[in-house]
Structure formats: structure tokens, C-alpha cells
Design a protein around this ligand. Structure first.
Ligand SMILES: Nc1ncnc2c1ncn2[C@@H]1O[C@H](COP(=O)(O)OP(=O)(O)OP(=O)(O)O)[C@@H](O)[C@H]1O
Ligand SMILES: [Mg+2]
Length: 328
């Protein structure tokens, strides 16, 4: 279990002076202009703003899913800077520390509910998997090159006078490429079989069953996402995000695509998890949804314009001019 002992001293997650400009060819789209937010353990914070104000961008930066601009400030987790260059650590941060709920579910259509629910616990830990593939590719290349030389020489593929020529080197090089490619395909097939086996049994499946059960999906394990309603898909997405027992949940418009009643059901589920100690950062454009949170951070044109502990902000709609500007 992750440590959920309230610690009021150090914030669990901080984004300081975050800047982000998207570049589409020569067009620059400045979205975040130095947004800062600090989340304490046990809080439920809503980031509220109009469409285009940069809410998803901010949440993606906080989750390490995207990088801020070079001249930007830092993201700190429990006081330590999150280094987004380091593959293994970044993967751990994304997969284990943070549970992320995407604006549009992002369930894998070819996996069923149980398999989707297990994903966070099964994602390979970055570096090790990459290193294994690299080593196997090298072994494949050496075997391929050796077979190529054998074919050119001992097996008589090339005439005697050409066995030490450029043609034999080219043949052996081609065999090396084929060998390393074959090895990569083989290792991926083996990894897929291992993944399936781990999915069907073991701890990941138990954890996923338990979380999906909490979300009322125990009768739907074998269903594919296309066979679920929007509310059910969102519940799978949240259960998946919680599957690795993360320290905090970042949810991007968790009720954005749902009708009011289904949205309320999802918020009540989040409320239950929050009462059990989960820290939540939730993005929304809807003040009614934000009213579930303990604190509301208002984003306007990529800047934080208000940050308040709240009882309720229901009824206060963000004004339509809170979007971003575009610079040609
Ligand atoms: N990958 C991208 N490439 C280029 N521009 C982008 C990209 N992602 C977002 N933007 C731009 O940044 C602006 C802010 O996007 P963002 O998704 O953060 O807004 P948002 O507040 O989450 O909006 P919504 O409520 O509609 O989801 C968008 O209007 C868009 O023009
Ligand atoms: Mg968004």
C-alpha cells in the first residue's frame, strides 16, 4: 500500500511556474503562462476553467505525460523534482505514483474489462524491458551474421572465389538485420504470452477484480469497452487508474461525457475513495462538479487566477473569455 498518512508540511504534488507552448509548424499556441498549483496530501482539488483554458495541458504536465517548455518551472513530487528525462523513473511516476483518468476514457478496445482494469499493474517497468529487447536484438544480429557467413561459405551459397568478397559481407549483414528483427518479434510474442498469463491469474487480476467490484462492474469482466455505456467505461477507466494503488488520482473531466445522473454516480464513487484517503486532482469546466472538491483552482488563459478552499461554488459558471490566445 502507498503511504497515505496525512502530511501537511510538504505538498504531495507541486507545479511551479509551468509554461507550455504547442508548436504546429510555424504557428505557436501558448497555452500555459506560468501556472502554479500545489496539492497537499488528502486534498480533493478541482481545476476549474473554460474550454481551452489549458486544464488538460496542466494535468498532463503534472502527470509527467507531457513536458513543460524549457524555460518553465518544475514539477515536484513530495518535494523532489520529477525528472522527465529518465525513462525508468518517469515510467514509475506515471504508472505507479499517479493514477490518470483521461478525458475520453482511453480504454484499449481489444482488451476486456478485467484486462483493461489490470493494465496499470502490468505495464513493463521501462528500462528493463527496453534493455532486454536491445540485448536480444544484438544476439539475433550476431546469430544472423554468423549464419550468413556459413551460408556464403560452408553451405556454398556463393561461388568459392566470392566467399571473402563484398557480396559475402553484404549477405552476412542482411542476415544480421533479419536475425535481429526476428529476435525482436519473438521476444515481443513471448512478452505478450507472459502478459496474458499474468493477466489471467495472480495478484494483478485479484486487485483489478476488487477495484472493478467496488465500482459495480463485477458482472462485466469479460465485456469489451464497446459493449459498455459511457458511465461504465468511465468507471473502468477510474478503476484502471486506481489499480496500481496510486498515491494520487488525476482525473480529466471524469464526468464530462456523461449525463447528470451518471456523472453524480461517478462523483459519489470518487467521494468514497477520497474519504478513504485518496488525494484527487480533478479537471472540470462545470462548477457543480467542482463543488465536490475541497479546493478550487481557477484557470484562465493558462494562468491560475483564483485558488480557494470552498464550501460550494455551485452556480458560478466560468466566463466564456477564459480560453487561450493564438500567436501566428
Ligand atoms: N497537442 C496539441 N497541439 C497543439 N495545440 C494543442 C495541443 N493540445 C492542446 N492544444 C491547444 O491548447 C489549448 C488548450 O488545450 P487544453 O486541452 O489544455 O484545454 P482544456 O482547458 O482542457 O479544454 P477542454 O475543456 O475543451 O478540454 C487548446 O485550445 C488547443 O488549441
Ligand atoms: Mg481538456
Amino acid at each position: 500500500m502507498n503511504d497515505r498518512t496525512p502530511n501537511t508540511e510538504t505538498p504531495i504534488l507541486e507545479g511551479e511556474d509551468l509554461r507550455k507552448t504547442y508548436r504546429l509548424g510555424r504557428v505557436k499556441v501558448p497555452v500555459l503562462h506560468g501556472a502554479s498549483v500545489s496539492i497537499k496530501q488528502g486534498e480533493w482539488v478541482a481545476i476549474l476553467g473554460a474550454s481551452g483554458s489549458g486544464k488538460s495541458t496542466l494535468l498532463h504536465l503534472l502527470a509527467g505525460l507531457d513536458k513543460p517548455d524549457i524555460d518553465s518551472g518544475d514539477i515536484r513530487y513530495r518535494g523532489s523534482k520529477v525528472e522527465l528525462q529518465n525513462g525508468g523513473e518517469t515510467n514509475h511516476y506515471r504508472n505507479r505514483t499517479i493514477g490518470f483518468v483521461f478525458q475520453f476514457y482511453h480504454l484499449l478496445p481489444e482488451l476486456d474489462v478485467l484486462e483493461n482494469g489490470m493494465l496499470a499493474n502490468l505495464v513493463p517497468r521501462g528500462r528493463k524491458s527496453g534493455l532486454l529487447i536491445l540485448v536480444m536484438a544484438l544476439i539475433g544480429a550476431v546469430i544472423g551474421a554468423w549464419l550468413g557467413l556459413l551460408a556464403a561459405g560452408d553451405w556454398g551459397l556463393l561461388p568459392l572465389e566470392e566467399r571473402t568478397s563484398v557480396r559475402s559481407i553484404v549477405l552476412s549483414g542482411a542476415c544480421a538485420v533479419i536475425g535481429s528483427g526476428t529476435m525482436i518479434v519473438l521476444i515481443q510474442m513471448v512478452q505478450a504470452v507472459i502478459l496474458r498469463t499474468r493477466m489471467r491469474s495472480g495478484e494483478a487480476a485479484d486487485v483489478a477484480r476488487s477495484t472493478l467490484g467496488d465500482f459495480g462492474l463485477d458482472q462485466r469482466y469479460r465485456h469489451r469497452p464497446r459493449e459498455l455505456s459511457g458511465g461504465e467505461r468511465q468507471r473502468v477507466a477510474i478503476a484502471r487508474a486506481l489499480g496500481s494503488d496510486p498515491d494520487l488520482l488525476l482525473a480529466d473531466e471524469p464526468t464530462g461525457n456523461l449525463d447528470e445522473q451518471t456523472g453524480t454516480e461517478i462523483l459519489e464513487l470518487l467521494k468514497k475513495k477520497h474519504e478513504q484517503g485518496l488525494t484527487i486532482v480533478m479537471v472540470t469546466h462545470d462548477p457543480k462538479v467542482a463543488s465536490y472538491a475541497n479546493r478550487v483552482v481557477r484557470l484562465k488563459n493558462g494562468r491560475v487566477v483564483a485558488d480557494s478552499v470552498q464550501n460550494s461554488v455551485v452556480g458560478e459558471m466560468p466566463s466564456p473569455d477564459e480560453g487561450h490566445e493564438t500567436v501566428g
